[in-house]
Design a protein around this ligand. Structure first.
Ligand SMILES: [Zn+2]
Length: 393
């Protein structure tokens, strides 16, 4: 299988140029002014070709909640949003806290052959907030531990978890929330755990990744932690950089305009390493009962492009860094640059034409999104995984 993309604007974190790109099998073979005989020729005029996106934080609800999403529907939603690598969270049923559950997800993900599926492994057994014994039996391919969906309240547990993670050579992804404080003050609930965990990372030397950072003070804490030499990275979501004072249930909540400004400043000054969707599908019934979260894979690029690049806050190369290069580096994947001999995982986007997000057109099994009806720029036209067109609008 070979593919020639003609007259396209190629953008990655360090390149912005117009030319042709030739793909053979699963690799980028040539870039320049080209005239290969290919199985398919794609006209790239007026479009932008970027490294496909990588998401450090998604929920595919599989196993256990297949009525919300499955590995397959989630993967198709990812492709529709321009993603070819995702990192699944472990709050499934059963929870991802045993080699059997973990290997089953990884193996089924591979067999689907739609995108690359990675998964975290629970910090505490059954998310009980205390037990770490299961980490003695950690599968080799695990890169990050996380109890996402639930915060780890005990300082004692987190201190030991960080030491254990360091010893095992893995990182911890933190859902920063003190569950006792959440009903009283959702802001303090996030900030106090963020401050504690960055402090503990400084002390233990553990590798820390702060998930869905959403407040002024948590952004500041990450900024100071980096200055002090903590091994910390962080992600922000498309909704926390674009919405404020909106009544839509998500955890952490939609914050104020001041927080959104701080998140954007964090993106501009490099405090924020990557954008992650926290794709959290729910049925209409569960959402009506108050389940927190929204689907995000299919709207992420457009929401970020419209709010960050179209407004002049950052350039498109920087957005590519936030959505491809940096999340790939965090997950330990060789991806994010468009170069000869690199794997052909690419996305072709149209940044010129405005369109309206329609929740009924989503590929995900769920359509819980506050962006329904939003007018945006940055539509994904084609997603290429291992040199094959896996999604075409
Ligand atoms: Zn979370």
């Amino acid at each position: 299988m070979s593919l020639l993309i003609k007259n396209v604007r190629i953008i990655d974190y360090k390149t912005d140029m117009c030319c042709d790109l030739y793909i053979e099998k699963d690799q980028i073979k040539d870039i320049g002014n080209l005239s290969y005989k290919a199985d398919e020729i794609i006209d790239g005029s007026d479009k932008v070709l970027m490294p496909s996106f990588v998401d450090t934080h998604v929920h595919f609800r599989d196993p256990g909640f297949l009525y919300k999403e499955t590995l397959e529907t989630g993967s198709r939603a990812a492709l529709c949003g321009g993603y070819t690598s995702v990192n699944l969270m472990g709050n499934t049923n059963p929870i991802v806290d045993s080699p059997g559950v973990y290997e089953d997800i990884i193996c089924r993900g591979k067999n689907l052959n739609l995108i690359d599926i990675h998964s975290v492994y629970a910090v505490t057994k059954g998310f009980d907030g205390h037990t770490l014994d299961h980490l003695n039996d950690l599968p080799e391919s695990v890169r990050f531990l996380s109890d996402d969906g639930k915060g780890i309240l005990s300082n004692y547990t987190m201190f030991h978890a960080m030491n254990k993670a360091k010893e095992l050579g893995v990182g911890i992804m933190v859902h920063a929330e003190d569950p006792n404080l959440s009903p009283l003050d959702y802001r303090i609930a996030e900030d106090i755990i963020t401050l504690r965990d960055i402090y503990l990372a400084e002390q233990t030397g553990a590798r820390l990744h702060m998930s869905h950072v959403s407040t002024v003070d948590s952004i500041d804490a990450v900024r100071h932690g980096k200055i002090k030499g903590a091994n910390v990275t962080c992600e922000v979501t498309p909704h926390h950089l674009s919405l404020w004072d909106v009544n839509y249930r998500v955890n952490p909540p939609i914050r104020t305009k001041k927080d959104v400004k701080a998140v954007i400043r964090g993106i501009q000054d490099g405090t924020v390493d990557c954008i992650a969707t926290d794709h959290a599908p729910h049925s209409q019934e569960d959402k009506a009962k108050g389940a927190p979260g929204m689907v995000g894979l299919e709207t992420a690029f457009a929401v970020c492009y419209t709010n960050l690049v179209k407004t002049g806050r950052i350039g498109l190369k920087k957005l590519s860094k936030l959505m491809s290069k940096n999340p790939a580096d965090i997950l330990g994947i060789d991806h994010g640059a468009i170069e000869v001999e690199k794997k052909a995982d690419l996305v072709l986007v149209d940044i010129e034409k405005e369109y309206t997000i329609n929740k009924n057109e989503l590929m995900s099994k769920s359509n819980n999104t506050p962006f329904d009806g939003a007018k945006v720029y940055g539509r994904v036209e084609i997603t290429i995984y291992k040199g094959e067109v896996k999604y075409r609008r």
